[in-house]
Design a protein. Structure first.
Length: 360
């Protein structure tokens, strides 16, 4: 029996964007929350995130969560206190085969109250001078989408949660149960008592769920980006955020000047759950080889930095918010596979709804 170090209505394991979004919504409903993280706030995948937000969900994996997320980010959170979306626009590229999905996506975005337009390859090249798109490609352009500084959003969520959110720096080692269901979390620093528990600890959620007989099929996938310095002929770029469904490339402007953040979806799984503030020369080559076809200036732009990290993905499935019938009081919100930031406001609200029913 370890010492009780904290108690609250709800214990949240993981202070990434998902855990914080849920914690803020729980405190807004008058519940107390203890959030446990072994590395501090936004130290996992969240701290590495590129922060791209858009309403379009081409694969339709997460219903309207991306649109809800963009709407909430545009409103600067629930109290107007989050940083503003950098509304550089979002351009999602598909080839002719992708047209039906693009049309369905545009309809879904508009149904959710956001603006989306279809652009031809010529219109894209004329409008965005750094881009070059093959004939026959189509772009879904969302003028009010863009990106956000992720660490600042995490800080704002934590601030909005106020004193009803207590942070504990410790590694969670198991979920505790009594006859009635979950009753807390065991940590390296002692026990946290709670009537409901949210596991939002990325891949770290799997062993915690297993401690009470719940199987989460999670692994890590490599997610990285490089920073490239476009030539300095002009002082800025008109580059929107770009998601190229034909190659897996994604781009956005860096904070200032003509620096561009660029990544290409990787299929490498089971990588270490670590965040490194640099990328290998091989990764720079891999990314450049793809992105130079959409942004020709990146072919010989010097690499000036980058991040090599990971995200949790569900093996053979999608990220989900799940309230488990047994043990009662356990909710998991995991498996966001490179997309968790844009979904976080919707995911956090849904998780908080479920937890409120259990602990409210
Ligand atoms: C390079 C990169 C770029 C990305 N770009 C985008 C983007 O542009 N747009 C987008 O929508 N998404 C993007 N993503 C994905 C997005 O960042 C993630 O999906 C999201 O941050 C996941 O949040 P999370 O809270 O689930 O996990 P995390 O941020 O990983 O948080 C989990 C937390 O749990 C803690 N933890 C784990 N195990 C334990 C334990 N046993 N005890 C205590 N604490 C524990 C960890 O320390 C960590 O802080 C990107 C990701 C990366 C890596």
């Amino acid at each position: 029996m370890t010492a009780v170090i904290a108690g609250a209505d709800v214990a949240v394991v993981g202070c990434g964007i998902i855990g914080l979004a849920a914690a803020e919504r729980l405190t807004a409903r008058g519940l107390s929350v203890v959030a446990v993280d072994e590395s501090g706030v936004a130290a996992g995948s969240t701290g590495a995130s590129g922060g791209l937000v858009r309403a379009l969900d081409l694969a339709g994996r997460h219903g309207s969560w991306a649109a809800q997320g963009l709407d909430r980010y545009l409103r600067q959170g629930w109290h107007g206190t989050w940083p503003a979306v950098r509304e550089h626009g979002s351009l999602t590229l598909v080839d002719a085969d992708g047209l039906p999905d693009a049309l369905a996506g545009v309809a879904a975005v508009r149904a959710a109250g956001q603006d989306a337009q279809l652009l031809s390859a010529q219109e894209i090249s004329a409008r965005f001078t750094d881009l070059s798109v093959p004939e026959g490609f189509i772009g879904v352009y969302e003028p009010r989408a863009g990106w956000l500084p992720v660490a600042e959003v995490a800080t704002a969520m934590r601030r909005d949660a106020g004193p009803a959110l207590q942070l504990v720096r410790a590694k969670a080692t198991g979920v505790l149960t009594s006859a009635a269901g979950v009753c807390g979390v065991r940590t390296t620093e002692g026990t946290v008592r709670a009537r409901a528990v949210l596991l939002a600890a990325g891949v770290g959620s799997a062993p915690l769920a297993a401690s009470v007989g719940v199987r989460l099929a999670l692994c890590t996938r490599s997610v990285s980006y490089c920073l490239f310095q476009l030539d300095q002929d002009s002082g800025s770029t008109d580059l929107p955020t770009v998601a190229d469904a034909t190659t897996g490339a994604w781009l956005r402007r860096w904070n200032r000047g003509r620096t561009v953040l660029a990544g290409v979806v990787s299929q490498e799984t089971d990588v270490p759950a670590t965040v490194r503030g640099r990328v290998s020369a091989d990764e720079q080559r891999r990314v450049r080889e793809v992105v130079r076809h959409r942004c020709p200036g990146l072919a010989d732009a010097p690499a000036v930095g980058g991040v090599a990290a990971y995200d949790a993905m569900v093996v053979g499935g999608q990220g989900a918010v799940t309230d488990w019938p047994s043990p009662g009081g356990l909710v998991t919100a995991v498996g966001w596979n490179g997309n968790g930031f844009k979904l976080a406001p919707a995911v956090g609200e849904l998780a908080a709804d479920r937890l409120y029913e259990m602990a409210g």
